[in-house]
Design a protein around this ligand. Structure first.
Ligand code: ZN
Length: 127
């Protein structure tokens, strides 16, 4: 099975496996998004402009600068407490299914297709 997170893993290696906005490590690959260091609207582009961030941290950024976002996130971290904050930031991207879930769905589809095929073969007529 091809690793759907290969590009993310390479990016994580350059950033010590941490979210650039909150500084926490990723518990899972389902919460990872690609952050633009320089916003696209300000001309940021290319692979060097990407850094890993949690989906929830990324959502908080909006139009804020990196420093403003980090300040905001640190305040939130203090307010929530580290444990609750870690749970919050590691929540998966909505609608992103885990690799295991995808694999299970693929298998279910394949066996359903096989069952349909078996039904379509006519049974020998009884004599
Ligand atoms: Zn984060």
């Amino acid at each position: 099975m091809k690793d759907p997170y290969e590009a993310y893993r390479n990016m994580l290696r350059n950033w010590d496996g941490r979210c650039i906005l909150c500084g926490e490590k990723f518990d899972n690959m389902e919460s990872i998004t690609r952050e633009h260091l320089i916003p696209k609207s300000k001309g940021g582009c290319g692979r060097d402009n990407y850094a890993p961030s949690h989906f929830n941290c990324n959502q908080l950024r909006g139009d804020l600068s990196l420093i403003e976002t980090i300040t905001l996130i640190n305040k939130r971290k203090d307010k929530m407490g580290l444990e609750t904050f870690r749970e919050w930031c590691n929540k998966p991207v909505p609608n992103r299914r885990s690799a295991q879930e995808k694999e299970n769905k693929r298998k279910a589809k394949r066996s359903a297709a096989k069952a349909t095929l078996a039904e379509s073969i006519p049974l020998p007529a009884e004599s």
